[in-house]
Design a protein around this ligand. Structure first.
Ligand code: PAF
Length: 282
C-alpha cells in the first residue's frame, strides 16, 4: 500500500515508521517505463522505496516550459502502487521552498557546458532541489536515469562536495522499440515529430560505429552526428558534443572514455540523449 504524503512533517512521520535502508527516486511526475525501472531497482535494493513527485519551478528557465510540463498525479500514484512504492512525497511548492527561502546550491565546472550552457540556471535548480530532497529523506541510495548524464554528474559532485550520505546510482536509459529514449517530454511530440525523433539515437549510433571503426577525431564524430541529424527535416540541432567522460570538456581527440551527447528540437519540444564511449558516463 502506497502512502502519499505532502508535508515535511508527514514525510518525517512516514519515514520514522519505515525500515531502512531507504531508496529514493526523485521525479517530476508523468511517470514512464524509465521511472518504473528506477523504482524496480530501488525496491530490489532497499527496504523502503520513496518516490518524490515535484515539478521543480527552479529548474525551468522559461515560465511557458514550466506551465506546459505534463502532470497527472492520480496516474503517477497508481504507477507507484503498481511498482510497490512505499511512500510518495508529492509536496506543494511551499513545503519544498519555505517562505523566505534564499539558498541556492551551485555546482561548478561540470554544470557549465552542454545543458548548463543551453539552459542557464537549470542545474542550480536541480542541485538545490535534490539537496533538499536528500536532506528530507536521508536515503541510503538515490536513483537517476543515465539519459540525463550531465544531471547525474552534477548531482554526484554535489553529493560528494556537501558530504551527503546518499549514494547516487545511475541507471541505464530505457528506450522505446525504435530507440527513442523515454522522456516525459515525448508526449509533446506531434505524430510526425514522434516518427522523426529516433534520429537522435541513430546519430549517436552512427558516431559510435565510426569510433568503433577507429575514428578518434572528435570533430569527425560530431560531423557524423550532424550528418545523420540533417537527414531529418523536422530536427533542429541545439548542440552535438564529444566530451571527456569525467569533466564533460569538449575533446579534440577521443583517446579515453568519452560521452557523445546531443540536444535537438522538434518544434517546441527539446530532446536530449547520450552514449558513453569506452566506459560508463561521468
Ligand atoms: O530528472 C528529473 O526529473 C529532475 O531533474 C529531478 C532530478 C527530479 C529534480 O527535479
Amino acid at each position: 500500500m502506497t502512502r502519499v504524503v505532502r508535508t515535511r512533517a508527514e514525510l518525517r512521520d512516514a519515514l520514522a515508521a519505515s525500515p531502512r535502508p531507504y531508496g529514493l527516486v526523485p521525479t517530476m511526475g508523468w511517470l514512464h517505463e524509465g521511472h518504473r525501472a528506477l523504482m524496480g531497482r530501488a525496491r530490489a535494493e532497499n527496504a523502503t522505496t520513496v518516490v518524490s513527485i515535484f515539478v521543480n519551478p527552479r529548474q525551468f528557465g522559461d515560465a511557458a516550459d514550466l506551465a506546459q510540463y505534463p502532470r497527472n498525479e492520480a496516474r503517477d500514484v497508481a504507477t507507484c502502487e503498481a511498482e510497490g512504492v512505499d511512500i510518495v512525497f508529492a509536496p506543494p511548492v511551499e513545503e519544498v521552498y519555505p517562505p523566505g527561502f534564499d539558498t541556492v546550491v551551485t555546482v561548478g565546472a561540470i554544470a557549465r557546458p552542454l545543458e548548463g550552457a543551453a539552459r542557464p540556471g537549470h542545474f542550480d535548480g536541480v542541485a538545490t532541489v535534490v539537496a533538499i530532497l536528500f536532506n528530507l529523506v536521508g536515503a541510503e541510495r538515490a536513483y537517476f536515469g543515465q539519459k540525463d548524464a550531465q544531471q547525474v554528474a552534477v548531482i554526484r559532485r554535489m553529493a560528494i562536495d556537501l558530504a551527503t550520505p546518499t549514494e547516487v546510482i545511475a541507471c541505464p536509459t530505457i528506450r522505446e522499440a525504435d530507440g527513442l529514449a523515454m522522456s516525459s517530454r515525448n508526449v509533446h511530440l506531434t505524430p510526425d515529430e514522434r516518427r522523426a525523433a529516433p534520429v537522435l539515437r541513430r546519430a549517436l549510433l552512427a558516431a559510435r560505429s565510426a569510433w568503433e571503426d577507429g575514428e578518434r577525431s572528435a570533430e569527425a564524430l560530431r560531423a557524423r552526428m550532424r550528418i545523420e541529424l540533417a537527414s531529418e527535416p523536422l530536427a533542429s540541432v541545439d548542440y552535438v558534443s564529444v566530451a571527456d567522460a569525467a569533466s564533460l570538456r569538449e575533446l579534440d581527440r577521443v583517446e579515453g572514455p568519452a560521452l557523445l551527447s546531443l540536444a535537438v528540437r522538434f518544434g517546441s519540444t527539446r530532446l536530449i540523449d547520450n552514449e558513453a564511449l569506452g566506459a560508463p558516463g561521468p
